[in-house]
Design a protein around this ligand. Structure first.
Ligand SMILES: N[C@@H](CCC(=O)N[C@@H](CS)C(=O)NCC(=O)O)C(=O)O
Length: 222
């Protein structure tokens, strides 16, 4: 297979989910630095103008959970889905919970929490907080934490959670003065466990550097 190319930037949590999958698979891939945007040249690769975008021998792919499924199907290496169909679906369910009920609601407050673009409206705050609360409660009910989110092996559910919960927790802390870990105490041990993986340590290091480059690219203060 021709080498895969991962388009994106290390300050992006979605890019890091895909990067983690590729690295945990032990895949050879080329990292192509692209910041999201609406130029025609980029839209021809990523129709929503978002990253990550994966260039495969057959064409481009976007949407993180779709890319993760492609990696599982097309790339050699360890599997990050259980073999059993129900257990596999449960992993996908947990992926959805993190994406829809942690990452996306939290993202509505990223401007205030991370980019200094001013406070979000009370209306947004009032709609974000209950979703985060229910998201944590759902993950508490459905997660296994033994020690991984979906059971005793690393799955894509961990990769998505690892790059969603901490963002949501930062938003909760800075926007709501709220400790999200109290809603989902199991998150702490899971994150500590995942942070011990060499791949995760490498991604964290790259993200630190990537954050500086991102701020420079967008003319933000350090
Ligand atoms: N649903 C997309 C979300 C990806 C996303 O929001 N990426 C951000 C960077 S972390 C982005 O490209 N934002 C630019 C934009 O929304 O226009 C996925 O699953 O990959």
């Amino acid at each position: 297979m021709t080498m895969l190319k991962l388009l994106g930037f290390p300050a992006s949590n979605y890019y890091n989910m895909v990067k983690m999958a590729l690295m945990e698979k032990g895949a050879a891939y080329e990292d192509v630095r692209v910041y999201s945007g609406s130029k025609e040249e980029f839209l021809s690769k990523s129709a929503m103008g978002k990253v990550p975008c994966l260039e495969t021998p057959d064409g481009f792919l976007t949407e993180t959970s779709v890319i993760l499924d492609y990696i599982e199907d097309a790339v050699d290496g360890p599997s990050f889905y259980p073999a059993d169909p129900y257990e596999r679906a449960r992993v996908r369910e947990l992926v959805k919970y993190s994406e829809l009920y942690l990452e996306l609601p939290a993202r509505r407050c990223y401007g205030e929490a991370f980019f200094g673009t001013g406070p979000v409206s009370q209306e947004v705050k009032d709609s974000v907080r209950p979703v985060l609360e229910r998201g944590c409660s759902a993950i508490k009910r459905r997660g296994r934490f033994t020690p991984y989110l979906a059971g005793d092996t690393l799955t894509y559910a961990d990769m998505v959670f690892l790059h969603s919960f901490p963002m949501a927790a930062s938003v909760a802390h800075s926007v709501f003065d709220w400790n999200l870990t109290e809603e989902l105490p199991q998150a702490q041990a899971l994150l500590e466990h995942l942070n011990q993986r060499p791949v995760v340590a490498q991604i964290a290091e790259d993200t630190k550097q990537g954050m500086k480059e991102f701020r420079k690219a967008y003319g933000m203060a350090d």
